[in-house]
Design a protein around this ligand. Structure first.
Ligand SMILES: *[C@@H]1O[C@H](CO)[C@@H](O)[C@H](O)[C@H]1NC(C)=O
Ligand SMILES: *[C@@H]1O[C@H](CO)[C@@H](O)[C@H](O)[C@H]1NC(C)=O
Ligand SMILES: *[C@@H]1O[C@H](CO)[C@@H](O)[C@H](O)[C@H]1NC(C)=O
Ligand SMILES: *[C@@H]1O[C@H](CO)[C@@H](O)[C@H](O)[C@H]1NC(C)=O
Ligand SMILES: *[C@@H]1O[C@H](CO)[C@@H](O)[C@H](O)[C@H]1NC(C)=O
Ligand SMILES: *[C@@H]1O[C@H](CO)[C@@H](O)[C@H](O)[C@H]1NC(C)=O
Ligand SMILES: *[C@@H]1O[C@H](CO)[C@@H](O)[C@H](O)[C@H]1NC(C)=O
Ligand SMILES: *[C@@H]1O[C@H](CO)[C@@H](O)[C@H](O)[C@H]1NC(C)=O
Ligand SMILES: *[C@@H]1O[C@H](CO)[C@@H](O)[C@H](O)[C@H]1NC(C)=O
Ligand SMILES: *[C@@H]1O[C@H](CO)[C@@H](O)[C@H](O)[C@H]1NC(C)=O
Ligand SMILES: *[C@@H]1O[C@H](CO)[C@@H](O)[C@H](O)[C@H]1NC(C)=O
Length: 422
């Protein structure tokens, strides 16, 4: 449920004129260490029922809002990181953060509002607290960088719309202050009025190029070489492949769902990941607008591995919201420990209905890497079938030659015999 951006901007402007919206700073700490810091302006437009019909209440996050220790958490291996801010009589705003590879994101937003607060919800025909939860929010940034988005972002959440603006935030913080390196949201990069990025960075340069322009047929993707090192800095995963994303999403400019093919350009793609005994991951990031994560799983008893998961996080300028697609129950690229997997033929890996991945000239080895070279390959069925064609053609040709030869010899013998009878 997305409110058009123009409307969102309008409601922010309206609230700003009436002086009800202000930037608020919120912090979650563990001991002395800050793990989440959020600066933002937030307003909520909430529809509710009265005996006389439906009404809409406007509510802004006041600067008295504060993180509540009870509901907030820095997160652990098992639980997400949460910022829960309380304001007024029983209203709360929650941001739930998760991290995957070299990216963290707001995986959902929660809003709790108290219909008994008559100053905000006059004549509500219900009382008590209502809690609503959003879908994916589209806020994500490279780890160890600050997410920045001056442009308003409207998030549909139950019967309400939350509009966030002037956002600077970071979760899973390495230090106590917001990192100077920033990940700038796509909306700010396109907007001509947004201030330019002020902090150049070496590790995570903010994207200057806009997301991929719609190109009807991008052709065959260039083959890239990607590697992952383990914690000791030892090479542990090798991959070479050309990758083409096939994504359908709702286009802002065309106001409809479109199908887009995007080739990963290896020159603009960085790789990272991890290697463990029974699982390995390869994370490819293209210009902070596209993150592709491959998970390989090893069956240690059978000594077989396969590609078990693919996830995609895409925030292209034409998307009405960031797209997050993931499937962890895949069974592709099956091979045996000590071997690499190879498929020169084009393969289509279906991930979810809205996203599939086409691979070209692929070779991967996620386990058992001992040198910087691939081990002997196990080839996909399609390659084996293609290899059969020259064999069959060759065998047919050899058979033909043999037949011609035999016919010739027989013919020669006959004509020879003919001479003798004369
Ligand atoms: C937190 O800071 C105080 C004062 O700066 C210090 O005494 C205390 O040891 C610190 N605690 C931790 C867990 O670092
Ligand atoms: C208002 O009441 C109608 C009818 O009972 C219901 O469908 C709707 O969800 C209610 N709206 C809110 C905001 O509670
Ligand atoms: C509140 O009002 C709506 C219509 O505005 C009605 O459908 C609903 O039943 C009412 N709820 C209560 C609890 O009175
Ligand atoms: C909801 O608001 C009412 C009236 O202001 C207050 O009495 C009540 O404690 C609030 N509920 C919660 C859960 O804070
Ligand atoms: C983030 O920063 C921490 C502490 O400085 C560092 O250990 C970690 O490797 C960094 N992570 C990335 C992905 O740069
Ligand atoms: C990393 O190095 C440590 C100590 O040198 C060793 O015990 C460990 O097995 C190594 N891990 C890997 C994944 O190679
Ligand atoms: C992209 O996906 C759509 C829908 O799944 C499919 O019809 C189309 O053929 C795919 N295109 C390519 C080039 O794979
Ligand atoms: C988008 O399409 C919907 C339904 O087709 C229409 O109501 C709406 O006005 C369109 N919005 C824009 C910005 O064109
Ligand atoms: C990648 O970079 C190389 C050398 O810098 C260049 O020759 C090549 O054309 C680039 N490829 C793409 C797809 O941009
Ligand atoms: C591993 O492979 C063995 C033999 O093929 C099979 O019985 C077992 O269920 C597999 N384990 C997992 C976790 O898939
Ligand atoms: C995930 O992949 C499996 C196997 O290809 C498929 O059956 C399943 O429908 C996919 N899940 C989703 C959510 O698309």
């Amino acid at each position: 449920m997305k409110v058009p951006r123009a409307l969102a901007a309008l409601s922010v402007a309206w609230l700003a004129v009436f002086g009800r919206i202000q930037a608020v700073t919120l912090e979650v700490k563990e001991g002395n260490a800050t793990c989440i810091e959020v600066e933002l302006s937030a307003s909520f437009s909430i529809s509710y029922n009265t005996s006389g019909g439906n009404r809409t209440a406007q509510l802004a996050l006041p600067d008295s809002a504060a993180a509540v220790a009870g509901g907030s958490s820095c997160g652990t291996a098992e639980s997400a990181a949460v910022l829960l801010a309380a304001f007024g009589p029983g209203h709360t705003l929650g941001l739930v953060f998760s991290t995957r590879g070299n990216v963290y994101n707001v995986s959902l937003l929660t809003l709790q509002y108290n219909l008994s607060d008559a100053s905000v919800f006059p004549e509500a025909n219900r009382s008590g607290v209502v809690t609503v939860v959003s879908g994916p929010v589209g806020i994500w940034a490279a780890i160890n960088t600050t997410y920045r988005c001056v442009s308003p972002l409207a998030i549909g959440v139950g019967e309400a719309t939350a509009t966030l603006s002037d956002v600077r935030l970071q979760a899973f913080m390495p230090g106590n202050d917001l990192s100077p390196e920033e990940t700038v949201c796509a909306a700010d990069q396109n907007s001509t009025t947004a201030p330019p990025t002020t902090t150049p960075s070496t590790t995570a340069p903010p994207t200057t190029t806009a997301a991929p322009a719609p190109a009807p047929a991008p052709g065959t993707p260039v083959r890239g070489s990607y590697t992952v090192n383990d914690n000791n800095g030892t090479l542990c995963l090798l991959a070479q492949m050309g990758l083409q994303l096939n994504v359908s999403y709702f286009s802002r400019t065309q106001n409809k769902t479109v199908q887009q093919l995007l080739n990963l350009n290896p020159n603009h793609t960085s790789s990272s990941g991890s290697c463990e005994a029974s699982s390995a991951s390869l994370i490819l990031t293209q210009e902070q607008t596209t993150t592709l994560n491959f998970t390989f799983t090893m069956n240690t008893t059978a000594k077989k591995y396969h590609l078990s998961g693919i996830s995609l996080l895409a925030d292209w300028s034409d998307m009405s919201g960031a797209l997050s697609a993931s499937n962890t129950s895949l069974d592709y690229l099956r091979s045996t420990l000590g071997h690499s997997y190879m498929c020169n033929a084009e393969q289509t890996l279906l991930v979810v209905p809205a996203f599939s991945l086409n691979t070209f000239r692929l070779q991967v080895q996620p386990f058992g890497v001992t040198t910087d070279q691939f081990s002997t390959a196990e080839e996909c069925q399609m390659d084996q079938d293609q290899m059969l064609i020259p064999i069959i053609v060759g065998a047919a040709l050899a058979g033909l030659v043999l037949i011609v030869l035999v016919a010739y010899l027989i013919g020669r013998k006959r004509s020879h015999a003919g001479y003798q009878t004369i």
